[in-house]
Design a protein around this ligand. Sequence first.
Ligand code: IDP
Ligand code: MG
Length: 141
Amino acid sequence: MSVQRTLAIIKPDAVAKGVAGQIITKIEQAGLTILAARMIHMSGEDAGGFYAVHRARPFYQSLCEFMTQGPCLPMVLEGDDAIRRWRDLMGATDPAKAAAGTIRKAFASSIESNAVHGSDAPETAAFEIAYFFSALDIHAR
Ligand code: IDP
Ligand code: MG
């Protein structure tokens, strides 16, 4: 597998719980490199654009409201096979189905308030990284 970049977000519920540091530690211990990070508080328009792919889903409005509840921490992660490795570390969308040792098992409280986001493919990673970061924000090494 080649080196990939993926967009991670520590969602507002996890920031509010004070577990952002623990999540960052898991990222670093997994050997993924943080190339960019910033704290933002999304507007409804910001969240709606980010999740536009889900606009026809019944949970879209509620998801956008959840993502605007408070600040979140988008990050760019890099590593070999990073998209799959970050999703494996996140665990299943529904924490009730998430495997032991995953971030969602440890920190998510519901299928909506599930602590973290991760891109699901190279094309979505490219869109999502560019949604939050310019080239000058990303520190390759
Ligand atoms: P993912 O984050 O595991 O990739 P997606 O299906 O892409 O899951 O959904 C995006 C986000 O929408 C989820 O992380 C979660 O916050 C929310 N979500 C997904 N399914 C539901 C649902 O059935 N009810 C409420 N919220 C949901
Ligand atoms: Mg998804």
